[in-house]
Design a protein around this ligand. Structure first.
Ligand code: HEC
Length: 155
């Protein structure tokens, strides 16, 4: 697909999602509304939220919704833009260990401009901010993620 066609497709998808919320199978973000027991510590979510606002929001957007339409399309300088961290993109496809590694080490050279947070955030703070990100995912996505996480720990 050409860039224009991909963008048009993304716009169409976003339109469908925005226009037909009741048909969007994943409902609203799980934050504060979840009926699922998520095993997420609520103090940790709050600590993570303030770290997120301070360090991550400017690139990944309000509640991780970031650049919804064009996060797969490289910028003019060849770098990938910040993906949304909410459940509309791919973050919930990765286990905790991989996500912490991305946060700690940043983008591999030449790929994107995700900064490395080692030395700037403690290991605990990285876990806190990731716990906040998980709290943004809807119940069904969180449940799928948790099953995958279990497999990744067993495997
Ligand atoms: C200067 C902009 C910028 C800031 C600030 C930033 N990020 Fe990123 N982040 C990026 C970019 C760009 C990528 C995509 C990197 C790539 O593909 O190489 C990314 C990728 C990620 C990913 C991988 C997501 C995925 O689905 O692939 C995670 C997780 C992440 N960032 C978390 C954070 C957290 C947590 C913070 C705050 C502590 C943060 N980022 C701050 C730009 C930023």
């Amino acid at each position: 697909m050409s860039k224009v066609a991909r963008l048009a497709f993304a716009v169409m998808l976003a339109g469908l999602m925005a226009g037909g919320c009741e048909r969007w199978p994943f409902g609203e973000s799980g934050k504060g509304k979840s009926s699922l027991n998520r095993d997420l510590d609520s103090d940790q979510v709050l600590r993570g939220e303030s770290l997120y606002k301070k360090h991550c929001l400017k690139c990944h957007g309000e509640e991780g919704k970031g650049r919804v339409l064009d996060w797969r399309i490289r910028d003019a300088d060849g770098h990938l833009p910040p993906p949304p961290l909410s459940d509309i993109a791919r973050t919930s496809h990765y286990p905790t260990a991989v996500l912490i590694e991305i946060i700690r080490e940043g983008s591999p050279a030449g790929q994107g401009k995700m900064p490395a947070w080692k030395g700037k955030l403690t290991e605990q703070e990285m876990q806190d901010v990731l716990t906040y990100i998980k709290s943004l995912w809807s119940d069904p996505v969180y449940q799928l993620w948790r099953n995958m996480e279990r497999h990744s720990l067993e495997g």
